[in-house]
Ligand binder design. Sequence first.
Ligand SMILES: NC(=O)c1ccc[n+]([C@@H]2O[C@H](COP(=O)([O-])OP(=O)(O)OC[C@H]3O[C@@H](n4cnc5c(N)ncnc54)[C@H](OP(=O)(O)O)[C@@H]3O)[C@@H](O)[C@H]2O)c1
Length: 184
Amino acid sequence: MKVAVVGATGLVGSKMLQVLAERNFPVTELVPVASEKSVGKEVEFKGAKYKVVSMADGIAAKPAVAIFSAGGGTSLEWAPKFAEAGITVIDNSSAWRMDPTKKLVVPEVNAEVLTKEDKIIANPNCSTIQMVVALQPLHKKYKIKRVVVSTYQSVTGTGKKQLTSYSTNVKACRVKWLINTRLT
Ligand SMILES: NC(=O)c1ccc[n+]([C@@H]2O[C@H](COP(=O)([O-])OP(=O)(O)OC[C@H]3O[C@@H](n4cnc5c(N)ncnc54)[C@H](OP(=O)(O)O)[C@@H]3O)[C@@H](O)[C@H]2O)c1
């Protein structure tokens, strides 16, 4: 299967590449896609190097599936263009989750709702995915009426840029603290 990973240079995209390799997903050809500034950079997949391409070239490559993790705005703009070209989009962003015309799928829970006509498939937020996998068998047996949830999201959920800025700030705080404790 020819697979495009859209957002391949990001935190989620690089994890996707790692998981596709670990699970031995039948990728016959990988198409890593990212923003214009990353075009030509290389990403590694199963020991081989692949050049990052633009969105337009990602469509032109005609993958069977494009797994999107490049932000909601990018998905809203580009997922329909991939879908129009006959490519099945699996979208990891929040762009289509609340759209009643798109199916919101967690494979372990409701994969059976999908048909070949579904060209943009949404998936929920990460904390929801793992929760519904655990809740589904309970719901089947006992019918859950209401769930009260509090989530504490990690800083990594904000992406590569914010993670770097967080690390820099933590380091700066440590240095300030060390200077202050030595001076006082
Ligand atoms: N469903 C879930 O479980 C889950 C969990 C976490 C995150 N997410 C979603 O995954 C997405 C990515 O998160 P992240 O943490 O990986 O962010 P990130 O580290 O900032 O990476 C963003 C990726 O998107 C690319 N990108 C940004 N703007 C683009 C554009 N206009 N055209 C093409 N590519 C573009 C970036 O390319 P450059 O490197 O070239 O900028 C990079 O590859 C977000 O939408 C986030 O909400 C979903």
